[in-house]
Design a protein around this ligand. Sequence first.
Ligand code: COA
Length: 139
Amino acid sequence: MIEYIDEAPSLEEYKEMRRAVNFMILSDRIASNALNNAFHITTVRDNGRAIGMIRVLSDGSYANFITDVMVIPEYQHKGIGTQMMKRTVDYMYSTLEKGETIVLYLMSAIGRENFYKQFGFRERPNEVWGAGMSQWITK
Ligand SMILES: CC(C)(COP(=O)(O)OP(=O)(O)OC[C@H]1O[C@@H](n2cnc3c(N)ncnc32)[C@H](O)[C@@H]1OP(=O)(O)O)[C@@H](O)C(=O)NCCC(=O)NCCS
C-alpha cells in the first residue's frame, strides 16, 4: 500500500534513496541536518518501505526551495513523483492567505524540465528572469 506521509525518512532511508537515484553521497552530519532543518518533507512508503521523498526548504513564508525530489527506480513512472509534487505545491498554497504571494524555486535535473512545467514552473532564463545559478563548495 502506497502512503504519502508528511514526515522525514530516517537518516538511513534518506541515504539509501539518494544512493538509489545516484545523488551525491553526503556525510551523516550534512544528511541529518538536511532532514532536521527542512520546512516540509513528504516521504512515500510502500508497506512501510521508504520509496520516495520530497523536501521544501523555506524562510517559513516567502521564499521556498523544493529539493530532493526522488522516487527509487523500481517505483518510477507510476505517477508517484507527480503526486509528491502536487501535494507539495498544494501544501505551500495552503500556507497562503487571500491576496498573498510566495515563490517556489527548484533546480531541474537535465531532461526533467517538462515534468516540472506541469506544476506551473517556468524554465530560466526567459524574457523576464535571468538564469538560476548554483555552485557546490567542498572543504
Ligand atoms: C523525477 C522523478 C522524481 C519522477 O518520479 P516518478 O514517480 O517517475 O514520476 P511520475 O511517474 O509521476 O512521472 C514520470 C513519467 O512517468 C509517466 N507516468 C506517470 N504515471 C504513469 C503510469 N501510471 N504509467 C506509465 N507512465 C506514467 C509520466 O507521464 C511522466 O512522463 P515524463 O517523464 O514524460 O514526464 C524520478 O524520475 C526520480 O526520482 N528521478 C531520479 C532523481 C531525480 O533526477 N530527481 C529530480 C531532480 S530535479
